[in-house]
Write a protein that binds this ligand. Structure first.
Ligand code: SF4
Length: 284
């Protein structure tokens, strides 16, 4: 049996009943929705995006429906009810189509699977990524842009088809239940960030984002920056000041106050990260 066939069979059993993420809610994903409100895998948007981190921009973005977290400021969740289903068929066929399209787009620097959360669609993402790798010449790095809330045992499968991570570290221990909806968010996601960035370090630049949340500089941004400096020294750290209150959440301003952005940027610079970006632009 080939490596891919072994991975296919292992992931098929982790998909239904579903144990792809720590919620392990056991949904029969071929027919029923889990906590993430997704059964089968649906692409609802794909396009060439010039607003990603400069080191991977422009990037071919593939948005997939559904997420296993509940972040109050999510910009995507409200769109899923009315979004067009661009693709809901086989991953390998979609991968062929992406490769065919990108072979005429020599300016594109990377491919990114984004959500929602693409980790909840790992069988589809890998089938499509394998097809892209087989067909696309010259190759492009393929990234999983993930919230990091996936089962740690999936890492060997993820790295079979992908070159890099764009992780998003959102909140610290005590604020995570409010800001992400997952009580075990911090231990799960920090472990996956350390292991994932190490596993793929020699394949492509690894990226960890942190979006500063208004009112959470002291409790979240400061400890997160210090943790990243100590535990993920080789990755690119992207400190983002671009919060927008898309969902008109009570208690949050429309945008991040400038004083909070300045305070977080000053701390990040003082920590002397070897690879630091502010809003996607490398420092120095
Ligand atoms: S990915 Fe979705 S269906 Fe699977 S365990 Fe997580 S929340 Fe449940």
């Amino acid at each position: 049996m080939s490596d891919r066939e072994t991975i296919r069979q292992t992931l098929a059993s982790a998909f239904s009943p579903c144990r792809l993420c720590p919620r392990a809610c056991g949904a029969a994903r071929n027919a029923a929705q889990g906590y993430c409100q997704q059964s089968s895998s649906v692409v609802y948007q794909h396009f060439i995006h010039c607003g990603e981190e400069l080191i991977i921009s422009p990037s071919f973005i593939i948005n997939m429906m559904g997420c296993n977290l509940d972040c109050p400021a999510c910009s995507e969740r409200a769109r899923w009810g009315m979004a067009r289903h661009i693709w809901s068929g086989k991953g390998c066929v979609y991968g062929d189509k992406v490769a065919s399209y990108l072979s005429g787009q020599s300016h594109v620097a990377a491919i990114e699977w984004i959500g929602g959360e693409p980790g909840i669609h790992l069988p589809f993402v890998l089938e499509a990524s394998w097809a892209i790798r087989d067909r696309l010449n010259p190759a492009l790095p393929v990234y999983l842009n993930t919230n990091g809330y996936y089962d740690a045992s999936l890492l060997p499968f993820i790295i079979s088809g992908l070159d890099g991570f764009v992780f998003d570290l959102k909140a610290c221990h005590h604020c995570a239940p409010t800001l992400t909806g997952a009580a075990d968010y911090w231990p799960v996601v920090t472990q996956n960030i350390v292991q994932g960035t190490e596993a793929l370090a020699d394949r492509a630049p690894q990226i960890v984002r942190h979006l500063i949340m208004p009112g959470h500089v002291e409790c979240c941004t400061e400890p997160i920056l210090r943790w990243l400096r100590a535990h993920v020294p080789e990755a690119w750290i992207n400190l983002m000041t671009t919060f927008q209150n898309f969902n008109r959440c009570e208690g949050y301003p429309e945008t991040l106050p400038r004083t909070e952005a300045d305070c977080a940027i000053a701390l990040a610079r003082s920590l002397m990260f070897p690879r630091l970006m502010i809003d996607g632009v490398p420092e120095g």
